[in-house]
Design a protein around this ligand. Structure first.
Ligand code: NAD
Ligand code: TYD
Length: 364
């Protein structure tokens, strides 16, 4: 039995689905179901007694401790977080509370539970904290990719809150000996990705005939990893990772945002051509940049490859095609998450941005 937090969100639900596709080891799935949590992501698990969903806030230390004592998991995989940079700019408070206090609360509950375990189970227990490459800050064009020894330099309230959580996890290993593992992964994409993030937002807007809002000059670079590759990396770290260590996870797929959007438009032009035969590219609009927008992220994933034998299976080309096809096949899922709360967010984030008058190449 393992306990997963945030298992109704994008990566967490993919992880739970993959886990139960590959084994019968039960999962206790703890999620508060914020706007980003969606039980529809887990519909395929209906009738599987190995999936136990519990609606609990990770900041409820006593509630988490009670769950641990009832289910006696051999590991915790901690995904639950506020995860969207733009939302952290509009309202940082929830990020501080969930990502920092929530992780602290998880660590306290885990420590109490782990301390009380019999010796053999105590030695095998793991607390795996899922984090991001954004804690390392922003790279220049010629800088080497982030490695596990790159200094932390977070630039957004989101990345700062994740950095603080990473430090707490580190301290619980060094101070109390809690058997922790931390992963720092690059940008994920794939099924069940909430349409506030770049890739699903662009697909949804393209299909709805809406503008494709590219921030700034569109030349910011992200490394992209297909979500099931991330899930496989986490399983590998859980199984073979060394306690107290951190592992960078990435796809070796650095792309500018404009390259990503052009790729999405080209795939949609092929799979679902616009009625008027105009390319979806014509919907691209350059809009006011994100404040403090990190220019480039890149991951050096050689440690996890060397020590644990993990490598991504998908290329960007294969993963992005699968992703677009998934969104075409699951338009009801998208329509259902685009609720009233989603509309309020779109209003807040986009209607207040100026649309810069530019060409598709980003030139004024
Ligand atoms: P998400 O926003 O899609 O899902 C987060 C989940 O956490 C939701 O189901 C939400 O209901 C739940 N949650 C939020 N606050 C909670 C609380 N107080 N108590 C219990 N549950 C709560 O996020 P995601 O994209 O799936 O990211 C998962 C984790 O992976 C996060 O820790 C994130 O920092 C990290 N990460 C994400 C990416 C990415 O590209 N999305 C990359 C690297 C790391
Ligand atoms: P996002 O998916 O929010 O992930 P993150 O900021 O955590 O990397 O954004 C990915 C990139 O896409 C980032 O450089 C910001 C940019 N972006 C846009 O240009 N337009 C958008 O509407 C969004 C949501 C993001």
């Amino acid at each position: 039995m393992i306990l997963v937090t945030g298992g109704a969100g994008f990566i967490g639900s993919n992880f739970v689905l993959d886990w139960l596709a590959q084994s019968n080891e039960p999962v206790v799935n703890v999620d508060k179901l914020t706007y980003a949590g969606n039980l529809n992501n887990l519909l395929a698990l209906q009738g599987r007694p190995e999936h136990i969903f519990v609606r609990v806030d990770i900041r409820d230390t006593a509630g988490i401790e009670a769950l641990l004592n009832t289910h006696k998991p051999r590991a915790i995989v901690h995904f639950a977080a506020e995860s969207h940079v733009d939302r952290s700019i509009h309202g940082p408070g929830e990020f501080i509370s969930t990502n920092i206090n929530g992780t602290f609360s998880m660590l306290e509950a885990a420590r109490a539970y782990w301390t009380g375990l019999p010796e053999a189970e105590c030695a095998g227990f793991r607390f795996l904290h899922v984090s991001t490459d954004e804690v390392f800050g922003s790279l220049g064009d010629a800088d080497p990719a982030f490695s596990e020894t790159t200094a932390y330099a977070p630039n957004s309230p989101y990345s700062a809150s994740k950095a603080a959580a990473d430090h707490l996890v580190r301290s619980y290993h060094h101070t109390y000996g809690l058997p922790t593992l931390t992963t720092n992964c690059s940008n994920n994409y794939g099924p069940y990705h909430f349409p506030e993030k770049l890739i699903p937002l662009m697909i949804a807007n393209a299909l709805a005939g809406k503008a494709l809002p590219v921030y700034g000059d569109g030349k910011n670079v992200r490394d992209w990893l297909y979500v099931s590759d991330h899930c496989a990396a986490i399983r590998q770290v859980l199984q073979k990772g060394r306690c107290g260590e951190t592992y960078n996870i990435g796809g070796w797929n650095e792309k500018t945002n404009l390259e990503v959007v052009h790729t999405l438009c080209a795939i949609l032009d092929e799979l679902k051509p616009n009625a008027g035969h105009a390319s979806y590219r014509e919907q691209i609009h350059f809009v006011t940049d994100r404040p403090g927008h990190d220019r480039r992220y890149a991951i050096d994933a050689r440690k996890i490859e060397r020590e644990l034998g993990w490598k991504p299976v998908e290329t960007f080309e294969s993963g992005i095609k699968k992703t677009v096809q998934w969104y075409l096949d699951n338009q009801t899922w998208v329509a259902e998450v685009q609720s009233g709360a989603y509309q309020n967010w779109v209003e807040k984030n986009y209607n207040q941005r100026d649309t810069a008058v530019t060409t598709q190449d980003g030139k004024p």
